[in-house]
Design a protein around this ligand. Structure first.
Ligand SMILES: [Zn+2]
Length: 896
């Protein structure tokens, strides 16, 4: 140890001026005033040298104890920016926002949405490669000689994700997972007469001509079937079950209708389609038909004079909504590998989140015939449905891209699925086109020398349509890594399917989501913002509309507003790729997009008519909505990746938890159950207090960092004065005086600086987190420098940047880091290892997809459903205790 110290001082001696005492005597004897000055200078120099040596010694000691020196990110963070000023804050945002544009978004949409690309197909693999090439091109990744396509579970695939936190340059690759999925073989829908002869046989496919060129060309490329549906045949009499919701089936049971052996005819809407099948299956039905009803098209109908697509905005009566019938609210992902990744050689279980009875999606044209059959005067003859599908292991491809940040181990994740039922111009290619524009924006920034503070990971998920498979398998594969590193997840699915902007998010991201949307211009109306589009509606009105549908729509919108707690950003249910991150791993998440209203051109969801022509002609002419979403998603990503303190509002979350509890109280008081919820309320109030404390700490930590930076600048001013004094001394002695003046072309760029790592109490290396701090300093420095140039003053007069960050700065950085850890811990704290009763895959006790909703969110799900579904006071008490324990633990974490 001592030897090190001596060495350090020796090395220091080489860089500091030679002490006055060792100089050769001059001709003229120094005067006495000069002697005093020299003594003071010598003393100052000695103090400086010892201080610097000590700092150096500490830094080297810390570095020596690091197993991997290159993990000390700080060294990398301050790498020379090669004559470029580091870019942060507003400058970065402005450059980014200038990039996304309509022409490019339309080109991207045409690239993805003019050919079928159902998960697992060749077309799908092609799109995985398009996305890989985009990432390689924009992030400046040289494409390796062998394609970076890795089979999940292999060393290459594991390493690609696990080494994200060690990367020094952007990277991109494709992970291949192996879920069990089905593909359609043949289908039939028939009415059978009493003599056993077929009296009517439906055309079960969609019909198109080349008015819409792609719809015409690919009308039968992907037959109209249900993903993950049961292979088989069913025949029986029809029973109409309305929307197939829990209450619809209950109403039938109460009327004494027996569903055993029947074919249930139900209409799309209200809840996730898989749950319509589940409800029928539980009541003993033989098969299910789900159709698209014109009543659900609001005012955009022939009754109001609108032509059907492709000649107008109304529904094409032959269109069919494909889609998965997975029992999403049990668990998503590959049915045969629940809770663990679907590798090629994974041990598989019998999937229990898929139907045991066959089903078919059908058009309005066919439903009309069947409704006639069971209507007044109908013959109600036997209906036979055939659904032959091929179940097998099918490879799927997630394309992944990484931009490493200064803080490598804090990851901002952004994702969007890429697979479509057919061409999917809206679902998901509108999202893919928006993501494409965001990636181009990041590419422009990278080429200008920008590096984010935190690492950004972009994912293009596959097989979302079959049941959120690509994201779920990756989430299950890297659960531990995600929980350790991912700070937030932003999801995009369909970014444009209608005129109304809707945002959903974890309550901690609600303010952030809204504030940023208020900064993005409205896609078409000057002086309005993206957020104002939350009130927009489509242009196709009319006097005829179904009263029940209109009432349902406004009830849904009101429910959203209530659940959004006055902010307009509602909680997340399910139905897209945030599910595994939020509801199993506890990552604060967000989702957004423009959706339909009852006066929008009918969106032919999961049909051949979700086509490029429809998108360009009716949905988003000019693609300004696509561009607005790209800008908003990018702005959020830049701020999440660039803020010193993560923009997570845990206090709003804590208050939202209390309002969720209010809703449970209402449920209890309107039932005859007796459940005391006040201990839980007390715990939530304690959490609110702890979060308010954290709010203060957030500000204090940020200010401490700013103060430390200021102090360092001051220190450098003093150093400069000392340097000037020494210079005077040297001049006086006739010695040349070193100037710190730099060549003109470099006047406004700055030397690299290195921060030492420090050793924590337990002997582990503590990596100083001060990329942004240094960045801010450099930014200010560069600004001042430019200003001096502007005023024709010599920038060499500027103080030189710090070489050794002070301990105060390192402490401040650690403090910021600790505050961020607590912010991230908030969502994690609502995860219960035991999960939710009967669907343990879901582990978040704050929010889950409703057991009988699928798409919609149920807050405090285990507790709420113990009342609404189980009607069981003992269970409710038990569930209240489980939530209370989590909340208490969370309060402890925040106060730690
Ligand atoms: Zn989708």
């Amino acid at each position: 140890m001592a030897a090190e110290k001596v060495l350090s001082i020796k090395q220091e001696a080489e860089v500091i001026p030679i002490p006055v005492a060792s100089l050769r005597p001059q001709r003229r004897a120094p005067s006495s005033w000069f002697k005093s000055v020299a003594r003071v200078a010598l003393l100052t120099l000695t103090i400086c040298a010892v201080h610097r040596s000590w700092n150096n010694y500490q830094a080297r000691k810390a570095l020596r104890s690091a197993k991997f020196a290159n993990e000390v990110w700080a060294l990398d963070a301050f790498a020379p920016s090669r004559g470029k000023t580091p870019m942060f804050g507003k400058e970065v945002e402005e450059i980014f926002l200038s990039v996304p544009n309509s022409a490019s978004a339309i080109a991207a949409s045409r690239q993805y949405a003019t050919k079928p690309h159902i998960a697992g197909s060749d077309g799908d693999f092609n799109t995985a490669r398009y996305f890989l090439e985009l990432l390689q091109h924009e992030f400046g990744i040289t494409s390796p000689s062998a394609d970076p396509v890795y089979s999940a579970g292999t060393h290459e695939s594991r390493n690609a994700t696990l080494s994200i936190t060690n990367l020094t340059a952007p990277n991109a690759w494709i992970d291949v997972y192996y879920p069990v999925m089905n593909t359609p073989l043949d289908r039939k829908l028939e009415i059978v007469g009493d003599d056993g002869h077929v009296v009517w046989s439906a055309n079960v496919e969609e019909v198109a001509d080349d008015t819409d060129p792609e719809a015409g060309q690919y009308a039968e490329a992907v037959p109209a079937f249900h993903g993950l549906s049961k292979n088989g045949t069913a025949s029986g009499q029809l029973v109409y079950a309305h929307y197939g919701r829990r209450e619809d089936y209950q109403a039938l049971v109460e009327k004494g209708v027996d569903l055993k052996g029947k074919i249930v005819l139900t209409r799309y809407g209200g809840i996730f389609r898989g749950l319509k099948v589940k409800g029928a299956e539980e009541l003993g039905a033989a098969g299910v038909l789900i159709y698209s009803d014109l009543r659900d098209d609001g005012t955009v109908t022939a009754a109001n004079g609108y032509e059907p697509y492709p000649h107008g905005p109304a529904r094409n009566p032959t269109s069919v909504q494909r889609g998965s019938v997975q029992y999403l609210s049990l668990y998503p992902g590959d049915p045969t590998t629940p809770g663990y990744p679907a590798y090629e050689n994974s041990t598989r279980t019998e999937g229990v989140n898929i139907p045991k009875i066959p089903s078919l999606p059908i058009s309005w044209a066919n439903a009309e015939k069947l409704l006639e059959e069971i209507g007044d005067g109908g013959k109600n003859r036997t209906v036979r449905l055939v659904n032959h599908v091929d179940d097998r292991v099918i490879p799927i491809w997630n394309t992944m891209g990484v931009i490493p940040g200064h803080i490598k181990d804090e990851v901002v994740l952004v994702g969007n699925h890429r697979d479509a039922w057919v061409m999917g111009a809206t679902d998901p290619s509108s999202g893919t086109a928006s993501a494409h524009e965001m990636i181009r924006g990041l590419g422009v920034l990278l080429r200008k020398g920008w590096k984010p503070l935190r690492t950004i990971v972009i994912a293009s998920w596959d097989a979302e349509e079959y049941g959120l498979i690509g994201s779920t398998e990756w989430g299950e594969d890297f659960a531990e890594w995600i929980q350790e590193h991912v700070v937030t997840y932003l999801n995009l699915d369909s970014s444009v399917g209608g005129s109304r902007y809707r945002a959903s998010a974890s309550p901690s991201l609600a303010h952030f989501s809204r504030q940023t949307a208020e900064e993005i211009p409205h896609p078409t109306i000057p002086d309005k913002t993206l957020w104002d589009a939350t009130k927009d509606a489509g242009p196709f009105f009319g006097e005829h509309a179904d009263q029940e549908v209109s009432a349902m729509f406004s009830e849904e919108e009101q429910a959203r507003a209530r659940a959004a707690g006055g902010l307009g950003v509602s909680p997340l249910g399910s139905g897209s790729d945030y599910t595994v991150f939020l509801q199993r791993l506890g990552v604060a998440s967000g989702n957004e997009g423009f959706g339909s209203t009852l006066s929008d051109a009918v969106y032919h969801y999961h049909s051949i008519y979700d086509s490029e022509r429809w998108q360009e002609l009716f949905c988003d002419p000019g693609f300004t909505k696509h561009v607005a979403i790209a800008k908003h998603l990018g702005l959020q990503t830049l701020r999440l990746a660039g803020s010193i303190i993560l923009p997570l509002n845990t206090t709003h979350y804590a208050y939202e938890l209390e309002s969720y509890l209010d809703s449970v109280e209402d449920l209890v008081s309107s039932s005859d159950l007796k459940v005391n919820l006040s201990p839980l309320r007390m715990s939530i109030r304690a959490l609110e207090k702890a979060s308010l404390e954290l709010d203060f700490e957030k500000h204090r930590a940020e200010h401490a960092l700013e103060r430390a930076i200021k102090k360092l600048k001051k220190k450098h001013a003093i150093r400069r004065k000392i340097r000037k004094a020494i210079c005077k001394v040297r001049k006086h002695l006739g010695k040349p005086c070193k100037h710190h003046k730099k060549p003109d072309e470099e006047v406004c760029s700055f030397e690299p600086v290195a921060a030492p790592a420090i050793v924590g109490k337990n002997g582990r290396i503590v990596k100083p987190r001060l990329g942004r701090a240094i960045g801010m300093m450099r930014e200010k420095q560069a600004e001042a420098c430019r200003e001096m140039l502007h005023r024709n003053r010599d920038p060499a007069e500027m103080p030189i940047l710090l070489v050794h960050p002070s301990r105060q700065l390192l402490r401040a950085v650690k403090r910021v880091r600790a505050a961020n850890k607590k912010l991230v811990a908030f969502e994690r704290g609502l995860i219960s290892e035991d999960g939710i009763k009967d669907r343990e895959w879901y582990k978040h006790l704050g929010v889950a997809p409703g057991k009988w909703l699928g798409y919609g969110a149920t807050t405090l799900p285990a507790l709420t459903e113990s009342i609404t579904i189980e009607n069981n006071a003992t269970m409710a008490k038990y569930e209240a205790i489980r939530v209370k324990e989590l909340v208490d633990g969370l309060t402890q974490t925040l106060l730690a």
